[in-house]
Design a protein around this ligand. Structure first.
Ligand code: CA
Length: 439
């Protein structure tokens, strides 16, 4: 399967004998089957699973039920991270998905007893970082975000001349990536506002989140063999939500000339669920149309099929709950809703560009999309944009105000895919709370 063809696993009529998977609006209907890594007790070894309704299916506990190409893929799920599965040929992962879909489908209840032991309530499990991440690259693929953010840092030239010619990125720090739920500590750093005559060192005051989609590399690419745009999806295992925590005051002082460094490397939060490229097939759309007059990408970044099917229709949402809202039992407030279908560069173009100089991508590498902002005022994926660089405070329903994040604030990202005639799927949650800077 090449990640755009639909098969029996996408059938909208498919239902599961796991009742909660059939509830309208669930993130994990049988058409999704996202992978995760969990444990029941802190002393347990981590285990690989798929999500189905409000349950996890512990694949390592039922490997005897899988055969053919799916058997080695099921055996790879006995590891404590998804990497052993991700390294396999995409056809093996697709075969595992097809057999999981059959085993869990209504009308296929003869294995229900065998599988019952392997089903764990998600609420009884601790969800862990699902992948051993060797490399982390963060792109900047939303032209709306690039323009909005660029305006804050460089009012005279928001979009730099290279933006429309190549997918801009920086090399991030893989060991900063942590699973949803782990708290994030406000970093210290060197700070210098425009009016200051000299920098000082102290806790960052302009702490922000960034709404992103993360891509996990499955099959590795080969050194010195650039991946073409047309072949890029063969290396895509799946996607998670990603929050690239950013200290804007550290960033504005340090970012020139080599890009962000300590403003970003203190923490990145990812959702624990990896939604596979296969599951996203019904939500592939054409790449966002470039405005008339924009340059055509160079040939190594262009593929006609990718322009037709290389976009993803995923709606990402950022939610904020302050400490006071939590104490008062108020639900989180939604700050933005933006779509990955507006990205200026496709994920295949990012993969092709990443490998175009002969460097290669390894299994488990994580590529961030960059902040996903849309054209509207309600589609801004960071507080930098919402507060216009801190100049326009946002008033929350309980009267509290924010320009940037306060200690105790909890930021949650969610993502959903919907398409006419399809069963919608979701990404679960990517959430973390901000702790005060270390004394
Ligand atoms: Ca970012």
């Amino acid at each position: 399967m090449n990640a755009i063809e639909l098969d029996a696993t996408h059938d909208p009529a498919l239902r599961s004998w796991v009742g909660s998977a059939n509830v309208e609006g669930t993130d994990f209907p049988i058409q999704n089957l996202p992978f995760a890594v969990f444990r029941r007790h802190p002393s347990d070894a981590p285990r690989c699973a798929v999500g189905i309704g409000d349950r996890l299916l512990d694949i390592g506990m039922c490997i005897e039920l899988f055969d053919g190409a799916a058997a080695p893929a099921a055996r790879a799920c006995r590891a404590s991270a998804l990497n052993d599965l991700m390294v396999l040929d995409p056809s093996a992962v697709s075969a595992l998905r097809a057999q999981l879909s059959r085993l869990l489908s209504a009308g296929h209840e003869r294995d229900r007893a065998a599988l019952g032991e392997a089903l764990v309530r998600i609420s009884d499990a601790e969800l862990l970082l699902p992948v051993k991440i060797g490399g982390f690259t963060d792109f900047f693929a939303s032209i709306h975000h690039a323009t909005n953010a660029g305006r804050m840092f460089r009012p005279d030239m928001p979009l730099l001349p290279n933006y429309k010619h190549l997918p801009i990125a920086y090399n991030g720090r893989a060991n900063s990536v942590r699973a949803s739920g782990a708290m994030v500590r406000r970093p210290h750093g060197q700070l210098k506002a425009a009016a200051d005559t000299a920098p000082r060192h102290g806790p960052a005051q302009r702490l922000d989140y960034e709404v992103e989609l993360g891509l996990y590399i499955g099959a590795a690419s080969t050194p010195d063999q650039p991946v073409t745009v047309g072949d890029a999806w063969r290396h895509v295992f799946g996607f998670s939500l990603l929050n690239d925590w950013s200290a804007r005051d550290i960033q504005s002082w340090e970012y020139q000339p080599l890009g962000p460094f300590l403003a970003k490397s203190f923490a990145t939060t990812v959702s624990p669920w990896v939604v596979t490229a296969d599951a996203l097939a019904p939500f592939r759309v054409s790449a966002a149309e470039r405005p008339v007059g924009d340059p055509s990408p160079l040939p190594y970044l262009h593929d006609a099929r990718d322009q037709l099917h290389g976009g993803l229709r995923i709606t990402l949402e950022a939610r904020l709950r302050t400490q006071r809202m939590a104490a008062e039992g108020t639900p989180p407030v939604t700050l933005s809703r933006s779509g990955t279908d507006t990205l200026y560069w496709t994920f295949a173009q990012m993969v092709a560009h990443h490998t175009s100089n002969g460097s290669w991508l390894d299994t488990g590498d994580l590529l961030g999309s960059g902040t996903v902002s849309g054209p509207g005022a309600d589609a801004l994926g960071s507080l930098l944009e919402i507060s216009e660089g801190g100049s326009k405070p946002l008033t929350l329903p309980n009267g509290e105000q924010r320009t940037f994040l306060a200690d105790g604030d909890e930021v949650t990202l969610v993502g959903r895919c919907e398409a006419p005639g399809r069963v919608g799927i979701g990404f679960g949650e990517c959430t973390a709370r901000l702790l005060a800077a270390a004394g």
